[in-house]
Ligand binder design. Structure first.
Ligand code: SAH
Length: 250
């Protein structure tokens, strides 16, 4: 049996190996009211990025506390950071959910030149909602961690922040030569360590990247790759790119 996993809202100590954890808010309400959790019951709880067997100590509708027992084996997230241009929110939210299921470690929403103005203006207020979506998708897919959803950022600063990431790949609908799988294959051949190289993937908005943005990627030594001759919706491109990367890297 695979137990459902709960991701702790708080745990202590915050540094090192936590020994206690708590679920609060909606998670506590659900455990208390719907699942009628009782002291002594055993759950699987993720705290500080690690999965633990956990015993309920106290239950209220606002907080369920646990003592953490042994650590359990858990799969790590893919070392994959997604730069996702902000596009229509319903499609973007869907992409965040799917990227989380597929295992990405982090997502930075990018305020691209062709991100529609009203979406760019509303993006900052949406980040919390996107984090909730990522949390729910993490639970649903039994992830042991929640991807980091960064604050929406302009492309320039996001690129500077990723200069140290070894593999940097721009999904470009105008690139015709290098398929994503070939670029990853080449990078793996050149990799002399036994670690999967941390990778960043960038997906443009519905209108695509501007020439200026493409140039910025080139300046930061991102490799331009194609997913084939068809123009994909941004969310389709994101899912395909993550799946291909996971298949090649892991
Ligand atoms: N405005 C463009 C389409 C943009 S698609 C047009 O209509 O011509 C949105 C994003 O999805 C692109 O910026 C790119 O990152 C990605 N994408 C879509 N199709 C792709 C393909 N065939 N190869 C690589 N990336 C693609």
């Amino acid at each position: 049996m695979t137990r459902r996993r709960w991701i702790a809202d708080t745990y202590a100590p915050v540094d090192g190996h936590p020994t206690t954890a708590a679920l609060t808010g909606d998670q506590a309400l659900h455990l208390a009211r719907v699942l009628r959790a009782q002291p002594g019951q055993i759950f699987d709880v993720v705290a500080h990025g690690f999965l633990h067997r956990a015993e309920v100590t106290t239950v209220s509708e606002s907080e369920v506390r646990f003592t953490l027992h042994e650590e359990l084996e858990a799969d790590a997230a893919l070392p994959l950071h997604l730069l996702l241009a902000v596009f229509k929110f319903d499609h973007l939210e869907w992409a965040i959910e799917k990227a989380t299921e597929l295992g990405v470690a982090a997502i930075t929403p990018i305020l691209a030149r062709r991100t529609e103005k009203h979406l760019a203006q509303a993006a900052a207020k949406r980040a919390e909602r996107w984090r909730r979506i990522a949390l729910e998708a993490s639970k649903q897919s039994r992830r042991t961690d929640v991807p980091t959803i960064h604050e929406p950022a302009p492309l320039r600063s996001a690129l500077v922040g990723l200069d140290a990431t070894p593999l940097r790949i721009l999904l470009s609908e105008t690139e015709q030569t290098t398929p994503l799988a070939a670029a990853l294959h080449g990078a793996l051949q050149a990799n002399t360590t036994d670690e999967v190289p941390a990778t960043a993937l960038a997906i443009g908005p519905e209108g695509g990247w501007t020439a200026e943005e493409m140039g910025l990627f080139t300046t930061h030594a991102w490799q331009h790759v194609t997913l084939g001759p068809r123009i994909l919706r941004a969310e389709t491109a994101a899912i395909a790119a993550i799946a291909i990367t996971a298949a090649q890297l892991l």
